[in-house]
Design a protein around this ligand. Structure first.
Ligand code: NAP
Length: 252
């Protein structure tokens, strides 16, 4: 039988990178973690195995969070296997690839909007329906993974991606105020340049090293450095923090 305290955390896109680091650190902080992934079951299972080896509780759950039907199934399955929801980390995201705006295709734009914006909003909707005291829920916390690109604009690389993260920031502020009196805190973490597979997936594995000199701290960050901020925002230590966008970017 799953436990009945609301300590189940769904982390979308948790098979690698920032999501995997959040899943591991949140499990150490006492969360039972639903490790969502889209394609790479082996990587998600490895994250779950590492959490269990460290004494934590986790389940790998497949689901494309750009699709509403998969999102609905993810929330049902997470609560069935792990118990009542207490938190959500909207982490899954893609860039849509490098392209100046005049070279952007409608297909790439649709894909990045469907995951980074619509997917995050629909996941938050499912979380609020379960967490808000307005619906008889226990309260809880949502953290959206934005990007410093929302502020810098991504010019010459991926303005379309940066714009989706601007939407995430605005959504964070608005939803935070909407549910603030209902026991639900909503915050965002905006990472700067972080060493993950995201850069290689866009054909630029050396991007973190190449851009490091332009960062005040002269280096890219690690997924664990981002996860520390996310897990703090999820925790009772951040009990008076909502509608905040926490930048973790080495001073960029
Ligand atoms: P990553 O290494 O490319 O990992 C992406 C994760 O998302 C993978 O676990 C992938 O799982 C999953 N995913 C992709 N599409 C999905 C979908 N449709 N449904 C469910 N899961 C899906 O990315 P990352 O660098 O860790 O980035 C994580 C978040 O941080 C993103 O929102 C990104 O925009 C943001 N961010 C990253 C950086 C950076 O420099 N890395 C900077 C600022 C913000 P599968 O492999 O199974 O598909």
């Amino acid at each position: 039988m799953p436990a009945t305290d609301p300590r189940t955390l769904i982390v979308t896109g948790a098979s690698r990178g920032i999501g995997a680091a959040v899943a591991r650190l949140a499990a150490r902080d006492g969360w039972r973690v639903a490790v969502n992934f889209a394609r790479d079951a082996a990587a998600a299972n490895a994250v779950v195995a590492a959490i269990r080896a460290a004494g934590g509780t986790a389940e790998a759950i497949q689901g494309d969070v750009a699709r509403e039907a998969d999102i609905l199934a993810l929330f049902v399955e997470a609560e069935r296997r792990l118990g009542p929801l207490g938190g959500l980390v909207n982490n899954a995201g893609i860039t849509g690839g490098f392209a100046r705006v005049e070279a952007l295709t409608a297909e790439a734009l649709s894909a990045v909007l469907a995951l980074n914006v619509a997917g995050a909003v629909l996941c938050a909707r499912e979380a609020v329906r379960r967490l808000s005291t307005r619906h008889g829920g226990p309260g809880g916390a949502i953290v959206n993974i934005s990007s410093l690109a929302a502020r810098t604009g991504g010019s010459g690389e991926w303005v379309h991606y940066a714009a989706t993260k601007g939407a995430v920031d605005t959504f964070t502020i608005g939803l935070a105020r909407e549910v603030a009196a209902e026991g639900v805190r909503v915050n965002a973490v905006a990472p700067g340049l972080i060493e993950t597979d995201l850069h290689a997936a866009n054909g630029a594995p050396d991007r973190p090293q190449r851009m490091a000199a332009g960062i005040p701290m002269q280096r890219a960050g690690t997924p664990d450095e981002v996860a520390a901020g996310v897990v703090w925002l999820l925790s009772p230590a951040a009990s008076y923090t909502t509608g905040t966008i926490l930048e973790i970017g080495g001073g960029r």
